[in-house]
Design a protein around this ligand. Sequence first.
Ligand SMILES: [Zn+2]
Length: 312
Amino acid sequence: MSMTELTVAESSLAHSPLNISPPTAMSLDWSRRPAAVNVYEWLQTPEVITELVANASPKAAVSLSNLPEVVAFARITKGNANIGRAVRDLSITVSRSEFFWNPAGHAAYPSSIQSVLRMTHEVTDLTLLLPWTTPTHIFFLVRFPNLSFFKTNLPHEKIKPFVSAHNDVLSVLVLDSCQSDGDCPLAGIALDCLTQLECDVHCASSLMHNNVTHLQIANNSPQFSVPVLFRQLMAPFHDLYNLTLDFYPADIDILRAISLVAPRLRKLKLVEKPIHVGRRISIRRPFNDHVSWYRDLRKLPLLEELALRTTA
Ligand SMILES: [Zn+2]
């Protein structure tokens, strides 16, 4: 079967939610779509667009969970700007497999994402879970004056212009892995409003700012040690009061490092990760040394909650 022969019925879209219920903010009867017609071509026909626009109602929270929903919503917001203006919480999820075998979907992808982002400029909470191959230009001329929350799995190099353009409003940043071998591309961006940060240990020192109160650091890279990372920081973070941290059994001075970096911590959650191949195996674990554990805990005098999840 060639790529051009693929139809909606033959693709994975046949099993998508489109065949079960209408997507958010759209009430088109998707079941009327001719089975042999590609969904992206179907969404370009004038009568379908007219019906989409006529049946849409403004909603503050919009979740688009596949590419046809994104394409349809792009058409709706172009037909009725009030639909886009009403959106405050926008979530878009597209998997690469959706358009990998479908040229029409591949062609529609970047422009449709960009169009939705441009037409929803009152958004305050934005979640983008997209293929890593997504081009940076989806963010071209996209500006959310009130953006507070941004969550994405995109590589940090690709989101750098977008984060830079919103550094004066973003207060919550939830990031996946960096996908950069060198320094984090987001280093140097003045995120002065940032109060809550979730990121990989690779990027933490670059993104930490004095105003951060909630910090969650994932560490899936055995070559990174959180205590070593903390020792590279210039000064303690006195406003940091809620910290969630991955650590390895060999990080025996984890608590001491935390007390030096966040002496006013109130809530601490430590998650032990399994030892990886190639990392020195230690029979010592931080919490097994009761004397040191007790001594270091006393260096966190404001601590109210401590949660510890071990591997065994
Ligand atoms: Zn990064």
